[in-house]
Design a protein around this ligand. Structure first.
Ligand code: NAD
Length: 317
């Protein structure tokens, strides 16, 4: 029987699936320092970000055939070394795309209707200054008919486009590698409506978007800096649910101060877990603490995607 150690846990949906397929899944947590003597009893290990699978551990486990990361980032695994020892390394990059795209829209809707601000004010002033608050927050905007610029048109960018099309937005994606993608919008009672979206030039996206949402990895320097903000429409909204650092935070704060940027939605920050106070306390920033991928559904998807990939590895191939 193939034995799997889920050292940082696994969603019950994935565990049940694996057990149905005849795998033995052990969810007892083994302390990092004890793994060198105990992990070799298993054929596969599933980790999140807590357990580290480094070179010395790999050397101590010649029996190990597969390392599975429940999630995306592989920083806690010496991937190249594992592969050089014929150990397969897998992750689940697609399982949380919908969750992140929906969070980007939470921020966009929040910004458009002052949701984040009225939620801060209503508990303290809602019963004494109701009419004043109503007046303050009555100039919201609607998303239908607006243009959404997408920086990064990969998995999450395309999910975000799917929601945008469903809401009647025009979408202007940019991407270094992707020229076009077919986006199918689910419409109840049909097989879906498919729209081919072509990527556009950076300048076209920057100059014409009412909302700009980032869905790119961090590549060492900010993609949105002062000069990009200057090229944007007056009153633009910027949403970042990708990685801290992709938007220059000082440039963003300056853009908010000048009024060029009407509002920002941030799930990610340059110096997590201690983001700048100036961002956290800003009256026109909608905030969340890096929860893009963290939904019940995404966790179940991760478990099921892992179960399917593990099955393919051990049984199908
Ligand atoms: P992906 O690899 O499918 O897509 C990323 C796309 O960005 C690629 O198509 C790539 O060509 C493009 N790209 C890279 N650099 C670019 C640039 N300078 N200009 C234009 N396009 C560029 O990745 P994904 O699954 O869509 O994830 C996107 C980002 O979301 C990643 O940074 C990931 O770390 C982040 N993410 C955040 C959360 C969260 O909790 N907020 C969760 C999951 C993923």
């Amino acid at each position: 029987m193939i034995k799997i150690l889920a050292n940082d846990g696994i969603h019950p949906a994935g565990q049940t699936q694996l057990e149905k397929e005849g795998f033995k899944v052990d969810t007892t947590k083994i302390a990092q320092e004890k793994l060198a003597t105990q992990l070799n009893l298993y054929d596969a290990v599933i980790v999140r970000s807590a357990t580290k699978i480094r070179k010395d551990l790999i050397d101590a486990c010649p029996n190990l055939k597969l390392i599975a990361r429940a999630g995306v980032g592989l920083d806690n695994i010496d991937v190249d070394y594992a592969r050089s020892k014929n150990i397969r390394v897998i992750n689940t990059p697609a399982a949380s795309s919908q969750a992140v795209a929906e969070l980007a829209f939470m921020h966009m809707l929040n910004l458009a209707r002052f949701g984040y601000q009225s939620n801060r004010d209503m508990p303290s002033k809602g019963d004494t200054e109701f009419k004043a608050l109503k007046k303050s927050y009555s100039k919201g905007r609607q998303l239908r008919g607006k243009t959404l610029g997408l920086i990064g048109f990969g998995r999450i960018g395309q999910e975000t486009a799917r929601i945008a099309l469903g809401m009647g937005m025009k979408v202007l994606p940019v991407d270094l590698q992707i020229d076009a993608a077919d986006i199918t919008v689910d419409v109840a009672g049909t097989d879906g409506v498919t729209v081919r979206l072509k990527t556009v030039a950076w300048e076209e996206m920057i100059a014409n978007s009412d909302f700009i949402s980032l869905h790119v990895p961090f590549m060492g320097k900010a993609l949105i800096s002062t000069k990009d903000i200057e090229m944007m429409k007056d009153g633009v909204f910027i949403v970042n649910c990708s990685r801290g650092g992709t938007v220059d935070e000082d440039a963003l704060l300056a853009g908010l101060e000048s009024g060029k940027v009407a509002g920002a939605g941030l799930d990610v920050f340059e110096n997590e877990p201690t983001p700048k106070k100036a961002l956290l306390e800003h009256s026109r920033i909608s905030l969340s603490p890096h929860i893009g991928a963290s939904t019940v559904e995404a966790q179940a998807n991760i478990g099921l995607e892992l179960a399917s990939k593990i099955y393919d590895h051990f049984i199908e191939s």
